[in-house]
Design a protein around this ligand. Sequence first.
Ligand SMILES: C[S@@+](CC[C@H](N)C(=O)[O-])C[C@H]1O[C@@H](n2cnc3c(N)ncnc32)[C@H](O)[C@@H]1O
Length: 246
Amino acid sequence: MNDQNTDIYAPEFVADLFDRCSSSYRRWSSVSSFGFVSLWRHQCVARLIAASNPRPVIVDLMAGTGEVWPYLLRRFPDLDTVCALDISHRMHLEAVDRLHGEYADRITHIEADALQTDLPANHADLLVSTFGLKTFNPEQQTELAKQIARILKPGGGFALIEASDPKGWALRPLYRFYLDKVLPTVERYFLRGANDFSMIGTYTRNFGDCAEMADALKAAGLEVTSRSHFFGCATSVAGTKPIVQF
Ligand SMILES: C[S@@+](CC[C@H](N)C(=O)[O-])C[C@H]1O[C@@H](n2cnc3c(N)ncnc32)[C@H](O)[C@@H]1O
């Protein structure tokens, strides 16, 4: 719940929101997107450049319940570690609950604010983030881009994807009606009056698309290409940290 004076971008507000969403997050995000989130996670991982290190260290920012890990492990079966960073304690707990024994030892959990993480500089061969951008306002996106540029090794690759507002798409009014009216009603009915997931709709509307993040990443010194997915219902940015030549 939030009133007019609540800062919905305050890290503690976001952490509480996802703590409350954690137990139903996986099912709700999959069902409410008609399975598109899974396809988009796959497409995001496919955008990562192949790491030169055969055993890459991968940082998953805003990792949530770890939904992207199966795609990472499929594409990089010999990966060294997935360093899963998330601010929500309960999202981490949900992730740990469903970790499969065979790869549990390759996941490291960090409960922290991605804007203030003390992950070492030049740490990651690859960095990924799926649906973790919307809860950052433009100033925070600038800060996040700097963190990404700092954490990546020179030559390292990144890919980030986020649900977006498909401006210009003929079916956008229908899509907005679904997001703004249908989903909140369904949520109220099935989740006993909660409006936490509806808040995620508010963040998505405010976020727009990845254009601002793309600019912030370029300003932080990264090479960036942008892509639109399914008529702009999601957008992604991917690229590399240049190897500086002296
Ligand atoms: C919509 S979920 C995405 C989870 C997952 N990556 C996926 O593909 O489903 C967004 C996640 O970002 C996390 N998050 C939001 N702001 C954060 C911040 N400042 N630092 C770290 N994690 C944050 C939330 O706790 C939440 O788990």
